[in-house]
Design a protein around this ligand. Sequence first.
Ligand code: NDP
Ligand code: OXD
Length: 308
Amino acid sequence: MAILVDMTGSESRLDAIKTDFKRLGVNDPVWVVGDDFDPATIRLVLAWKPQTRDWAAFPNVHLVQSWGAGVDHLLDAGFPADWTVARFMGQSLKDRMVRYVCAQLSNWQLDMPRLYAAQSEQRWDWHDGRWGDNVLVLGLGELGQSVAEALVQQGYQVSGWSQSPKTIESVVSLTGKQGLRAGLAKADYLINLLPLTSETRGLLDSQLWARCERKPVIMNVGRGASLAEDDLIPALDVGLIGGAILDVFDPEPLADDSPLWRHPDIWITPHIASISDPSDVIRLAIENQQRVEAGQQPRYPVDLSREY
Ligand code: NDP
Ligand code: OXD
């Protein structure tokens, strides 16, 4: 039996992935798309924006393991309905997301680009800082909950919005349209950690920001298509929002000629907030494969019909 790695844009990682499987004791052949292999031998597919579509040629697949936490890249992959799909999740992914969010909030408050510029001119540019304590986290799943808890530890007043109510110490749990409205009204920072689904596509737009009363800074670490990119600069111009910290875009990479690159109140990072640790993904894939073969549910199973 064999493993197929079908990961668009991750070609540079393939050798390391093969080595990791070996290092973790898996001696099955590891194929990549384009190799000459027999699809009937594949039992595990490791996927990130997979290119393969003729899955009927793969009758012995037991598991599709997503390289990432998000599964929007798998929604139109056309897997047979009876295949088991799991997503990546782990402490390293949570820790990295927490570090990114906390660091970017601190950098924003201290206006670090202004201080870097001052240093380059040997100028002592003391300023009052750009404070604000109220954070609304959109999405209180594995990552949103970790971020909310970390922000509470840092002294923020934290609310979180999700489909179902949550009980998280010192975090106000909000649900539904009413809950979202209440959270938006007092937010200084809006952090998007929602999955991309038909309901969350385009959710963050001027109409939503018009409900905010404190000119919040928008941080998008979920998915680019949840935010109406074209609304951002007009919303900044009229003072609906105070800034944007963007890690994800639609499409990626962000186009060279996008005006977002040059706006002083928009910070851009290249989908790097929380990178999946390759060894952790492969360890989970191996564990999940063993579980599925033993007739158990994998860890972090996904029902693609729910879209997240
Ligand atoms: P989860 O699936 O664990 O959590 C999703 C959360 O969103 C849940 O709380 C869910 O509510 C809530 N939610 C979903 N749809 C709605 C809706 N329509 N209205 C209100 N709440 C909703 O996801 P993760 O926390 O693991 O990851 C979140 C996203 O982060 C990923 O999907 C991915 O897109 C992105 N990501 C980005 C990375 C980066 O580097 N920038 C890295 C990793 C992930 P409920 O709990 O009630 O189901
Ligand atoms: C993920 C991501 O979904 O990196 O894990 O965006």
